[in-house]
Ligand binder design. Structure first.
Ligand SMILES: *[C@@H]1O[C@H](CO)[C@@H](O)[C@H](O)[C@H]1NC(C)=O
Length: 396
């Protein structure tokens, strides 16, 4: 914990917490290359939801809550920052290692799962250059842990103390903590004693201790390959709490800044040489679009023209004409039709103005052709249709 204080670039200030749950703002200044963790305390957010309930009712709710975190004006968190919360009744954690200096404004929305109220908090993280990359780094696997149980700072300190003794130095920093699920681990059955596992990466200025260098020996590699449950040699076992114990066969030593260092450095070198020169792919062969053009444009066009012509022929050339149709129709039917037409016209002209003379049909009897009224007859004998027509022609 003392060396923790030595690196104390870590200042947290609650800047503006205004009354009644308005936006709170928290500022952090952290060094690049060192693990950052921030616990989202449910109690703090609970105060935002019901700021007066504690004062007046004397009780504080313990509501389930979920958090949504994102970089301001972006849908997601910055690449280096991750968020985890196991359960709505647990606190959430933001954690990650900034890789470049810069300022990130993180928006945290807390959603109360009882009342569905929301509240917002701003987290301003200022990553400052200062701590350069630690030259010697090692990654350890802790099998019996879940990430949420490792992120609280007391647990981080316990783990760090064990590793400080393994490394034989106080100057040790946690560089990264990763959920094993992010590295292709599998979700364990919910059984007691089964955990997801956590990778913890630490770094130091000091060269690896003898215990750590044992990992590089051929003997160690052979033992681990054999798959037997290789135990940590007694003199290197510094694990004080069983759940914090590291897996001896999963230690990886890295020296990022130093050429020829142990561990994975050779891997990086082979990767960069294996690529060779960059050969841009050749442009694809040119394609003839004329057949496509014919199928999609010309053929439908021709079809449309043919249909148009067909329709025009039917509409203009195949019509019977009125005269021809009249010839085919029975004379009596035609006459009947004409009287209906005549009556309709008469009615229309009457509708036009008042005071016209009464229609002819209201006269006792009239001649259909001359309009002269005939002497009155008995109503029985009035024919419905005037049958006498000369040569089938109808005159107005
Ligand atoms: C920390 O671990 C995560 C997950 O494996 C990785 O994406 C990230 O690059 C690591 N950061 C550093 C600084 O090593």
């Amino acid at each position: 914990a003392e060396s923790f204080g030595a690196y104390m670039c870590y200042t947290s200030t609650v800047c503006a917490v205004s009354v009644l749950g308005a936006d709170a703002e928290i500022k952090f200044s952290i060094p690049v290359g060192k693990l950052f963790t921030h616990e989202l305390m449910r109690e703090t957010f609970q105060n935002d939801f019901e700021p007066l309930s504690k004062l007046y009712a004397g009780r504080l709710y313990d509501d389930p809550m979920v958090f949504k975190c994102n970089l301001q004006n972006f849908p997601d968190l910055p690449e280096w920052l991750r968020f985890t919360q196991r359960h709505p009744y647990d606190n959430g954690f933001l954690y990650g290692t900034p890789t470049a200096p810069g300022k990130s404004i993180i928006e945290i929305h807390a959603i109360n799962k009882r009342s569905y109220e929301t509240t917002r908090q701003l987290l301003i993280i200022n990553a400052v250059a200062g701590m350069y990359e630690l030259p010697f780094q090692a990654e350890f696997f802790i099998k019996l842990r879940d990430i949420e149980r490792v992120l609280p700072s007391p647990v981080q300190d316990e783990i760090k103390q064990d590793l400080q003794r393994l490394w034989k130095t106080e100057a040790l920093e946690i560089v990264n903590i990763t959920n094993a699920l992010d590295r292709g681990g599998r979700v364990p059955l919910p059984l007691a004693g089964h955990f997801e596992g956590v990778y913890v990466k630490v770094g130091s200025e000091q060269y690896f201790s003898d215990c750590l260098l044992m990992v590089l020996t051929a003997e160690h590699q052979k033992q681990c390959k054999a798959g037997a449950k290789t135990r940590i040699p007694g003199e290197c076992n510094f694990c004080s709490i069983p759940s914090n114990c590291i897996t001896w066969c999963k230690i990886e030593l890295v020296s990022p800044g130093i050429c020829g260092g142990p561990g994975t450095i050779h891997l990086e070198m082979t990767l960069s040489t294996a690529g060779g020169e960059f050969n841009p792919p050749e442009s694809p062969p040119s394609r003839d679009y004329f057949p496509d053009y014919i199928v999609t444009v010309i053929v439908p066009l021709i079809l449309a023209i043919i249909l148009c012509a067909l329709l025009a022929y039917i509409m203009f050339c195949r019509r019977e004409g009125v005269a021809r149709r009249n010839d085919k129709t029975d004379q009596i039917q035609l006459y009947h039709h004409h009287t209906i037409h005549g009556d309709t016209e008469e009615l229309r002209s009457m509708a036009g103005c008042r005071g016209v003379r009464p229609p002819m049909s209201t006269f006792p009897m009239f001649d259909a052709r001359t309009g002269q009224s005939a002497p009155p007859l008995h109503s029985d004998s009035i024919p419905l249709i005037m049958p006498h027509l000369d040569n089938g022609e109808i005159k107005k």
